[in-house]
Ligand binder design. Structure first.
Ligand code: ATP
Length: 297
């Protein structure tokens, strides 16, 4: 097992934010983490990124305790795309992507080739000389994807040398991207998994999760509510439990993926249910029980 999380809990500011989280993920998997605002998704990714070290429980990466790896060792084994990275200084796009290479101490020609490859892949090469702060939100996000790709690659190609060795953590990677570039970003993530990488992505879009996830994890109030295949997890009852909303789960006519749509009768008056924060217990009794479990076979 490439990543083995056993019973981790974490408190921040005197509050328990993650509780008894256990998860396993294999090399070559695209794991999608979903959950309501405040469920603990970013906190979980920050623990995996080594930002919070005071958790209880165990995390093993390739059998080694995460806490025993130095910062440099961690940086060479995993790359992180954090939520809303804002750069204040006027770096060019090329400079931002080059930041991904700092951990490697490779030959400058190799760094340049990998940076060019990463910018081509994320379709930002035409922006290379532009100041990062002048880009649109979706363009900035694509540049960050190119940066983490540059960090993970050892050659200017997606090749087998990364197999089984590296982990990519993506926190809401497609925020602000148009529909085509959302697909591009997830296709890149999928391609990396096909070369043996483990990708863990926080997403808010059920359709992207349905189309790309090998394993789907619903976090709820700091714990794992359910983890499994898209078919197992993307059901009306799990969505109601974790998101406090009635939905219908239909089936895509061509590719059989589940399609999630809000159930109109239940969701037209959310304003009057008051409590939208699922991190504090929400009263599910407010929702009628007539919602079919799932129309998925
Ligand atoms: N440093 C901190 N100190 C105290 N509480 C925190 C801290 N960081 C996060 N929290 C709280 O922990 C809970 C989980 O936050 P987290 O950012 O992990 O949620 P999330 O699932 O990523 O939400 P979103 O979908 O809104 O990004 C929230 O209630 C948040 O307010």
């Amino acid at each position: 097992m490439m990543l083995d999380i056993q019973n981790i809990s974490l408190s921040l500011g005197g509050r328990r934010i993650l509780q008894h989280v256990s998860l396993q993920a294999k090399a070559g998997e695209l794991c999608v983490v979903m959950g309501a605002n405040g469920a603990g998704k970013t906190t979980l990714l920050k623990v995996l990124a080594g930002e919070y070290r005071h958790y209880t429980g165990q995390i093993r990466l390739h059998g080694e305790q995460l806490q025993s790896l130095s910062v440099a060792e961690q940086a060479q084994r995993r790359a992180v795309l954090s939520q809303q990275v804002v750069l204040q200084l006027a770096f060019t796009v090329r400079e931002v992507v080059q930041m991904g290479r700092f951990v490697h101490h490779a030959a400058p020609e190799l760094d340049t080739a990998i940076v060019d490859y990463a910018m081509d892949t994320m379709q930002v090469a035409d922006l290379a000389g532009r100041s990062w702060v002048t880009l649109s939100g979706g363009q900035q996000q694509r540049v960050h994807m190119a940066r983490v790709l540059a960090q993970l690659l050892e050659k200017p190609q997606l090749e087998k040398s990364i197999a089984g060795k590296k982990m990519l953590l993506l926190d809401e990677p497609v925020t602000g991207m148009d529909i085509r570039h959302q697909q591009l970003a997830l296709q890149l993530a999928k391609k990396l998994t096909e070369h043996g990488m483990l990708v863990i992505a926080v997403l808010h879009d059920f359709q992207l999760a349905a189309a790309y996830a090998d394993q789907l994890i619903f976090l709820h109030q700091g714990g794992v509510h359910v983890a499994g295949s898209v078919q197992e997890v993307l059901t009306a009852s799990h969505i109601r439990h974790c998101f406090g909303i009635g939905v219908q789960v239909l089936v895509h006519p061509q590719c059989n993926h589940p399609i999630v749509i809000p159930a109109f009768a239940e969701t037209s008056n959310l304003l009057y249910h008051g409590n939208n924060d699922l991190f504090s217990p929400v009263s599910m009794e407010q929702l009628p029980d007539s919602q079919p479990e799932s129309t998925h076979p």
